[in-house]
Design a protein around this ligand. Sequence first.
Ligand SMILES: *Cc1c(COP(=O)(O)O)cnc(C)c1O
Length: 446
Amino acid sequence: MTAIPQERRVVTAIPGPKSVELQARRLATVAAGVGSTLPVFTARAGGGIIEDVDGNRLIDFGSGIAVTSVGASAEAVVRRASAQLADFTHTCFMVTPYEGYVEVCEQLAELTPGDHAKKSALFNSGAEAVENAVKIARAYTKRTAVVVFDHGYHGRTNLTMALTAKNMPYKQGFGPFAPEVYRVPVAYGYRWPTGAENAGAEASAQAIDQITKQIGADNVAAIIIEPVLGEGGFIEPAKGFLPAIAQFAKDNGIVFVADEIQSGFCRTGQWFACEDEGIVPDLITTAKGIAGGLPLSAVTGRAEIMDAAHAGGLGGTYGGNPVACAGALGAIETMRELDLNGKAKRIEEVMKGRLAEMQAKLPNGDVIGDIRGRGAMIAIELVKSGTKDPNPEAAAKLAKACHAEGVLVLTCGTYGNVLRFLPPLVIGEDLLNEGLDVIEQAFSQI
Ligand SMILES: *Cc1c(COP(=O)(O)O)cnc(C)c1O
């Protein structure tokens, strides 16, 4: 394996001719419902770079949606997964088990918040982990209702579509959805009517009032929340909100589930984002960053809750695949060795500093309504000048301008007006700054 030069290089139009040709083949044979942010076909990727089939090298500010935090070809991931591939690809853990699965569960017990006895179950995708967290919480509490939040995202399967807030594109036309799912307000500081400083207290009071008055706390099996909301727009619930909700869950025998699928594994500068407010969730769902790009997810939590499901009640043919487990052990090794929590914090410092300068310098600086996020999970919310009206057109134009110059950025948000940055945590600081230079130039073009 040769290391990919950590340099941006644009040698053709983006997408280039080979990508255009592959895209035509793709359109003829891949279902239209599966989209791509940028139809540039990948040849190889690693560090902070994605190299395409035309020889362009893009700076990666997406990490395949917060997955390749250790890079897309991290040495320890490749080494361990390759060795495992050569030994055996699969037995099914439910048929004959293997050590890698157990080792991943041991790591999860050690790394997740709280020093209580913990157990885990492994799955393939984030949505599958969330579904299983609901199964486990229902088995434990013998209750049915599930509470989720405005702007929340939990996946695309039938139950997780019901848990996800945003209709288009995730839910439109795909119902009916699973019952006993209830949505309550979240403390979205930037858009809270009485101001960010009141959002934590007011939103938690409203959420708790709705749960007690409309559902009945005794009927609630689980409250599921992303400690930093991902697809909904990188919303950090205002201070005090998460602790109030977690305390309410505790007081009422409700299983508090932190969905850390996007925010976990060093992404926000902590192993898990809920640590910033000292939250110890009953269950925690993880995926994305866990395995350096291999498909793996987990539910981890209090042993007595995790053990509530009867033997044979949890599992799946591929869940905790041995190659994916080896990848996870390599990814976790890399996170520890390279102090990727420290790296994430440094990325936040550089990005927020530069973005604030851009906001101050721009004649239309107020188009950047909000700069937020933690660690290497940073976003800018774009608004129409002088208002808080969402400006999805600006987000789309900026993304397009960045793509043309070889910087891969993603958008998100309920209103489609958030430009989000999720660089691999191993990105070099020069490359990070170069990506930010391109973003700055993109602003001058819109
Ligand atoms: C991506 C995501 C999911 C779904 O994960 P998949 O692997 O795409 O099924 C669930 N919750 C959160 C917070 C996510 O970001």
